[in-house]
Design a protein around this ligand. Structure first.
Ligand SMILES: [Zn+2]
Length: 109
């Protein structure tokens, strides 16, 4: 198993893990249970929600997807239409709030 991503929150980690699963990358989130006791223990790497890659040969592909996700998350601010259901989403959403379809560059109006 290879540690590939540290989520800002359990939700963030699960979104990224879901994106990877969509591309048939075998990964899982660990540490999100510990996240709930934050405040009682010092926040450090041991309490952050990690994504673990089960298949090391998928590392490069997974990293590329994560890089795209992070780039989008930090730069994209324009509203976008979901390619799946057509719903208008605010720019800070990375997945459609209506149907859960991930944002893609083709979604921009
Ligand atoms: Zn949608």
């Amino acid at each position: 198993m290879v540690k590939i991503y540290i989520g800002e929150s359990p939700v963030d980690a699960h979104i990224v893990c879901g994106l990877l699963n969509t591309d048939h990358i075998d990964c899982e989130v660990r540490g999100d249970a510990l996240f709930s006791i934050q405040g009682e223990v010092p926040f450090d790497d041991s309490t952050a929600p990690y994504i673990w890659l089960n298949e090391p040969s998928q590392y490069v592909k997974a990293k590329r997807i994560i890089k795209e996700f992070v780039t989008h998350k930090t730069r994209h601010k324009a509203d976008w239409h979901c390619i799946q259901c057509g719903e208008l989403n605010e720019g800070n959403f990375v997945i459609c709030w209506q149907c859960g379809e991930p944002y893609t560059p083709n979604s921009v109006t």
